[in-house]
Design a binder for this molecule. Structure first.
Ligand code: FAD
Length: 270
């Protein structure tokens, strides 16, 4: 049998005492990270701010989710595409807001600024770094899941699409109106129009028609002060950078106006 020297035993005891003392602290930080970086009181102030700026209290209340709501976790997870982020240690938003119109987005933006929070904008949730779903500082998530209307104008070969729509929903809406027009975008139907075009957007028809960004004709965009701008009022420089430069660095894209391109009615491949 090998005897352990006394000084080593004392060292081991010191280590185990230290671990014992640190354990509650570690547990506190792990559970803190598992929920939300916000204090409930802070988020209540934020929610009061939202409610104070709306005429329809019932409507806005149904569009706000905090960790105290039973549906909070499922709404947050629904569009987190990289499953690596669905773990207890990933910081959640304090509040998820799912606006149904521009006024509610404006209100959420102004209250977020007033209470000093970061904002994360989520369209399709396909950001593989989790940028749209998580942050290391307290944040509000603006989930555009309810802003996905699509208006296809076959005569003018254009479509207005709200940022929360998914590529598959856009393709489906076009196909409901015509078999000879298409928007040249990517193959994955669950990618969001908001983030996809903000990053340029390449797809199968890129050699013939360019990127998705090349086929954007106009935009409805909210700047950090809550002003709604279009291509004319924002000027060509901002319009250029919104389509590839990561639009969330500049504000919130509400909708894109797209050029639809001609395609054969029947396509065959070997
Ligand atoms: C499975 C898969 C397939 C893909 N296929 C392709 C492909 O074929 N071609 C291609 O080019 N790319 C492809 N991508 C990359 C994809 O286009 C980008 O990840 C894109 O940013 C996803 O957009 P989203 O709206 O789904 O993601 P989100 O996670 O919602 O957003 C991505 C980024 O854009 C910001 N953002 C989202 N909406 C807005 C808005 N309304 N206003 C301002 N900022 C906003 C977010 O804050 C975030 O920074 C693919 C990704 C995945 C995961």
């Amino acid at each position: 049998m090998q005897l352990t020297p006394l000084h080593q035993t004392q060292e081991n005891m010191k280590t185990s005492q230290l671990v014992f003392l640190l354990l509650p602290t570690l547990c506190f930080f792990v559970s803190w990270g598992a929920t939300s970086p916000f204090d409930v009181d802070d988020s209540e102030d934020f929610i009061s701010c939202l409610q104070s700026k709306t005429n329809n209290l019932t409507s806005i209340s149904q569009l706000i989710f905090t960790p105290l709501n039973s549906s909070f976790e499922s709404i947050w997870e629904a569009r987190v595409n990289n499953l690596r982020f669905i773990k207890p240690s990933t910081p959640r938003p304090s509040v998820i807001v799912t606006p149904i119109d521009e006024t509610q987005i404006q209100t959420a933006l102004l209250c977020t600024k007033k209470h000093g929070y970061q904002i994360r904008i989520r369209s399709g949730g396909h950001d593989f770094e989790g940028v749209s779903s998580s942050d290391v500082v307290p944040f509000v998530m603006l989930d555009l899941v309810n802003m996905k209307s699509i208006d296809v104008d076959v005569g003018n070969k254009t479509a207005w699409v709200q940022a929360g729509a998914l590529l598959g929903e856009l393709y489906y809406s076009i196909s409901q109106k015509t078999n000879t027009l298409y928007f040249p975008a990517g193959v994955c139907p669950t990618v969001g129009v908001g983030g996809y075009i903000g990053g340029g957007g390449h797809g199968n028809l890129v050699r013939k028609y360019g990127t998705a960004a090349d086929n954007v004709l106009d935009v409805q965009f909210m700047d950090v002060s809550g002003n709604i701008l279009d291509r004319k009022s924002m000027g060509e420089d901002l319009f250029w950078v919104l389509r590839d430069g990561g639009s969330s660095s500049f504000g919130i894209v509400l909708a894109w106006k797209l050029r639809l391109v001609p395609v054969p009615e029947i396509v065959s491949s070997p």
